[in-house]
Unconditional design. Sequence first.
Lengths: 350, 318
Amino acid sequence: MKMKMISGLMLGAGALAGLMGSAVRAEPIQATPGQEVNAVLLPKFLGILPFDQANRGAQEAAAELGSTGKLQYIGPTPENSAAGQIEMLTTATTQKQHVVMLSNNAGDQIAPAAEAAAAAGTKVVTWDSPIPSGKGESFFVAQVDFGSIGVVMADMVYDLTGGAGEFAVLSASPDASNQNAWIEAMKTTLATHAKYKDLKLDDVVYGNDQSEESYNKALGLVDKYPNLKVIMAPTTVGIVAASKAMQDENLCDKVKVSGLGLPAEMVSYTLNGCAPEFALWSFVDLGYLTYYASYMLATGAIKGEVGEQIHAGRMGDYTIEADPGREGARRILMGPFTVYNKDNVEAAAK
Amino acid sequence: MMPKALKSWEGGLLAIFLLTLAFNAANAPEFLTLQNQINLFQLSIEKIIVALAMTLIIVNAEVDLSVASIMGLSAAVFAYAVNQGVPGGLALLICLGVGTLAGLINAVLIARVGIPSLVVTLAMMIGFRGFARVLVKDTSLGNFPVWFTDLGQKGFMLGIPLSLWLFLGLLIVLGVLLHRTGFGRQVVVIGTNAEVARFSGLNVARVKTTLFVMSALTATVAGLFYAARLGSVRGDSALGFELDIITMVLMGGVSIFGGRGTMPGVVLSILIILNLRNGMALMNITGHIQTGVIGVLLIASVLVPNIVSDLRARAARV
């Protein structure tokens, strides 16, 4: 039952050091419960577990804060994700919702709609996946530091290949800015540390978070790269599809799957050795923290500026800081995340 | 008999449209605001522009499945050219050239070589899409000139975006063309029976060529508006739009077998679909259910006329 916790790593520590060094030690800002906040939680699309978990967390926070407004959980269909998100954000603006909490799947295509929302008084807070340019967005609630995800992805590949060999990335959609940032961070890690010099990234392919497409892309990778040792899928849909593909084709001895997955969906593949190691953070907590921060932004308790510190209920205190990955944008860093293997996956899956 | 059936079809659409309006207005307080009315068109503007040209194609007993791929291709060509340093104005001209060429390829294979449009445009749907994906690869391309994105995102005249003005203009032009000109009558006659039209001395190939080039050009312009509205382009931009577009046309009472259909019918169908979607969105109904409702509506729109004509035939026999 050993839980292997990896903390926010260097950047998190750096931010902490910066905070302690600052002259002003402000008290964290408290939310005033019982105010009317009409909010929309807008996931990339409906129908996959992590977003439902985030909704659970957001509903928990809304109940705790006793908002007299409504919290809607609405989203597009997977095949209409980008256009659907833009449409729903525009509609939320028309409805004069106080705040939209967006896990962005449309890249900068949604920036014009987000800017229009902000101009009309509907705040846009992103979580899980930000708007790359930061345009129209108040701040981003980051699950973990994107740079540290790159290190963890590289480390898992390192473990599974035994330190040397070829691997490939199976991502979600090419416009998912969280995915792109993690893959970039992983590439940077690989390039800058001598430890990883014998790892070779063959390819990055996209399964668009559709099970069948991801399944086929995983098999395509195996055909194309005969020396492939690991498929790294930093998406909960992709990692399951790739694991199933390897299991179905009896390839688990040759090609291991890793990445970001939900214990409940991964437990059988971890125990049978197809995906011995993967990582994730709590989406329930992410939804909870996002709602807390959004509620405080919508009620005017905070302005969304760098340096503001908030008290987010059971999760404690967080600070809005400059986002190191996106110039001019702001983030709240949640962290940490957990690496799962055969020792701890069963307990977490329950 | 036929004109009466048509009238009753459009009458039915009008009734559904008014019902939708009333329902939306009663249930969503924001529905009747001017901004919402503009948004409602703007969010689907590219599809409804292409639907106007598609109406003439289907009345002509043909179909153009390649429109969404041409939209994607034109957006991709523009994005690629601009990111290679080509000035925006020149990139627009290149797109129009590519669009015309795409239409000509379709037209030659259909009107001259004589391959069914279903087959030709299905092949081109795949081909043009592939070309778009090659240009954009697995990323998204943006960094468009500000004047270009402004055209897609900001009001042009009286607060109404340029694309909506274009839709209104094209609606009048194509409506007049179909219902009030010799060319329009030829489109209908060929759509009713191409063999008879040919023996009567109509230049069938010329009419079809005109229609397919027009369809491709409309799709090209729509693709550019799509790029301007979203500010960036992906290889899968506008993917699958052809089905939404054809749905709008068929629900408007245009016969998939050709020869029958009116522009007012298609406009009513467009208004119904857009208002339904918007109303459902304002009532916080999620994507899956929206798609389902539109699907049921289409099935009904195909079934009802068949059932009605069946009943009429039986009544006539008795």
